[in-house]
Design a protein around this ligand. Structure first.
Ligand code: MG
Length: 386
């Protein structure tokens, strides 16, 4: 599926091309894209039973509805993403087949408030990417919300190692998983000659940045560039759906005026994400996760910071861990009841043997029991702490 077009307004003109493909392994395409006059985005859905397709389509549809005429300011763009998150979240809760579905979203939209020259707003959630090509040099201007990005940001692995990491598909933010979502936003000048490349991870997992840059520089036509990148991903294996939207600024601000502030800010990565989300869609034919979560969403909170290499593995086995804690608490409660009962029996027997009653001894014995139970309970968390 492809799409190309051109759009113009006061002082700016942009052209675009877009292509998406199921790839060489998957049976369905759960990516969606939007390429309308003033908004361009890529969404990579996840969830079983084709629910990812639904999630990414909801995101693309809401962006199209809200931003095809651009936005007055970046808050309007951000609000459209928040609205998409809520729409997916509620759709997932209305339909059990779609429970746990989610999507990434990266998009740019034209800001035209009529007070100043047009600019672009970028919004991003998840690990789909927005790149900018200026003067032949490509830079990433979105930060992945992913486990491996966190490892890169904290210096534990290199970008090259991240591309081969077995957990590179674990993302830390997505639309539709929580009732609310944090959205990365960035405002950029609309500079003549700039090219933006938006893509799903089906491109970046197969084709490295140097090759994407080479293809972006090789094809002047945005549609040809998008199709060349999709073809390159398929040539490298095409193990995932792949989607590319290329946007060219044909007229805009003077290119010499804005050459700085193009590096990404790694502070945007999630330092301690609440959830890890398996971005690989789970199909019926594939084995489900150990935790038995068919939605592909791993809801366990991280017990340790992501700087520990085993952090993700620890998070993924969170459900069994929660079950283990429940069993432990039940055992402690049972032990307390047994201790209390035995003590009570001993006290009653003692009182019977020493009639008439000796209240001082009884009180002391009960008091000791309470203290013993209290000690048992308080010592439990310490002995099971990871
Ligand atoms: Mg993907």
């Amino acid at each position: 599926m492809t799409d190309a077009g051109e759009s113009t307004d006061r002082g700016w003109r942009i052209a675009w091309g877009a292509a998406t493909d199921v790839g060489r392994v998957r049976t369905s395409n759960e990516d969606s894209f939007v390429a309308e006059h003033m908004v361009f985005g890529v969404a990579d859905g996840m969830g079983g039973h084709q629910a990812g397709e639904v999630a990414s389509a909801i995101a693309a549809g809401i962006l199209r509805d809200r931003l095809s005429a651009g936005a007055a300011n970046v808050e309007v763009a951000e609000a459209a993403v928040v609205e998409a998150n809520a729409a997916i979240f509620h759709a997932a809760h209305r339909n059990s087949e779609q429970r746990g579905m989610g999507t990434t979203l990266t998009a740019i939209t034209v800001l035209d408030d009529e007070q100043q020259s047009a600019r672009l707003a970028m919004v991003n959630v998840g690990d789909s990417r927005t790149y900018m090509v200026r003067d032949g040099r490509m830079r990433r201007i979105s930060v992945d919300h992913s486990y491996v990005q966190e490892l890169v940001s904290t210096g534990h692995i290199t970008e090259a190692e991240a591309r081969l990491h077995p957990r590179r598909n674990i993302i830390t933010r997505a639309l539709g998983i929580e009732p609310t979502v944090r959205v990365d936003t960035r405002v950029l000048p609309l500079v003549r000659g700039d090219r933006y490349v938006l893509c799903s991870d089906g491109l970046v997992d197969e084709v490295d940045d140097a090759e994407i840059e080479r293809l972006a520089n090789e094809h002047a036509d945005p549609q040809a560039a998008a199709e060349a990148m999709v073809a390159a991903a398929n040539e490298q294996g095409g193990r995932d759906n792949v989607t590319v939207v290329v946007v060219d600024v044909l007229e805009g601000d003077d290119p010499t005026a804005h050459t700085s502030e193009l590096e990404v800010d790694p502070a945007w990565a999630d330092p301690a994400p609440d959830r890890l989300i398996d971005a690989e869609p789970i199909h019926a034919a594939e084995p489900s996760h150990a935790a038995g979560d068919a939605t592909g969403v791993i809801a366990a909170p991280l017990a340790a910071p992501l700087s520990m290499a085993g952090g993700a593995a620890g998070g993924q086995v969170g459900s069994p861990r929660r079950r283990g804690l429940g069993v432990l608490l039940f055992s402690v409660a049972l032990a307390a009841i047994i201790v209390f009962t035995v003590t009570l029996v001993l006290v009653v027997r003692h009182n019977a043997d020493n009639a008439p009653a000796q209240p001082t001894t009884t009180t002391s014995a009960v008091s000791t029991t309470t203290s013993a139970v209290s000690t048992t309970t308080s010592s439990t968390p310490a002995s099971t702490a990871p």
